[in-house]
Design a protein around this ligand. Sequence first.
Ligand SMILES: Cc1ncc(COP(=O)(O)O)c(C=O)c1O
Length: 472
Amino acid sequence: MAAVRDLKSREMAGLGGDDAVELAKRHLIQPWPYAGSVGSEARALIGEGDGIYITDSTGKRLIDGPAGMWCVNVGHRREELARVMYDQAMALSYNTPWYTMNAPSAELAKRIAGHAPGDLSHVFYTTGGSSAVETALRFMQFYNNVRGRPEKKLILSRGGAYHGSTYLSASLNGRPRDRDWMDGADELVVKLASPDPFRRPKGMSIAAFTDFLVDQFRATVARVGADRIGAFVGEPIQASGGVIIPPDGYLRRIREICRDKDILYISDEVVTGFGRLGHVFASGDVFGIGSDMITFAKGVTSGYFPLGGVIISERLLEELRRSNHPDAMFGHGLTYTSHPVGCAVALKNLDLLEESVLAHTLEVAPYFQAQLKTLEELPLVGEVRGVGLMGCVECVADRESKDPLQLDKDVGKRIDAHCHELGLLVRPLINMCVMSPPLVITREQIDDMVGILREGISRTMEDLRKEGVWQG
Ligand SMILES: Cc1ncc(COP(=O)(O)O)c(C=O)c1O
């Protein structure tokens, strides 16, 4: 079987692979392209996946360090998921959600609600994370319109946030490079500081930093007016911002202010949901907070099918049902809302998580974190942080100034290039490397991964020294 797979990889690497590269350069627009190479760029061509590994078109096997885009949670090539996709497509490949429904979507909604904290009881399905955030925000607007509060629509979001690539969800994004050349609905969004303890003001304790963040939140609500703010949207852990873990108690305190001020709390669990921290949802089980809505995507199908959704609180739905406007319509729905194939895959994926993958994640996560932490021995590394099976290695020019830019804006890319040579795919983020492997990773595989990362960073240090960019 392995030989057959190797053969297929080599076929891809030959004619098929070369063709794909040429065709991509001529006809494909990759996500997040630069103007200078838009529509003319080829990226590493991947032919196969198996467990925690992917194979590129040269036949090189790589550990899939970011699990695709934080999504291949149960690993590649799970026959159970492939089979369920086939079976569901043969039974019912699609039905219109406008005036019909299917059983897998209802069954999945029940199972998801069963894992969600508090009174989150109902699911609206989308095609991914951006459309999930978009749906949550449009629901907030509708909810406040029906309640007779059309002025209560502003959205609070934070530096370092990533919430998507549709117009409104992207308007919330707080990483500078995401917005430098793009427009957004800025008039609808109020930005707050990132809860990044590593980059807190010099000399400030963590406790004082937490108070600073909460005070800023409170002061912003007072300045703007709670009667104009509809929602706060936050990732429990800012994933694409560099695995920013907020200080203890911060999320709970923000949640309490939102509840007091009638501001909807939307927890964006597109990355943290479906196992990344060893639980189906992190909001309740890890951070002890309820939410008015939770958005999810990615790991819900382990990336086998594009699916996302919003879980909405019973309290909000009940309020709508009891309103004076029973005929007001939530004019929102997607052709692929409640897709039967996506929901069937998600049900099987949830079985796998519940049967063993969540328990395995909880078991190996401390080892993963401890091994990753050893990279702090390297002088280029300013901090290694993480929780569950997500981690980030942040490089700095020197630990005193923590300056990431003086070093080289793309030091993460340099590390990634070395690691690729050595058999590991890294997610480079400016001066950071983010790791979020498939949750089925074993201790031995964690050793391999961290060993390669150590070597990749060491080689990068040598390069930087040789070029005279850095002398650490
Ligand atoms: C926290 C968060 N929200 C939303 C999104 C957008 O999801 P998608 O790319 O599926 O639209 C992402 C994507 O990385 C994310 O990390």
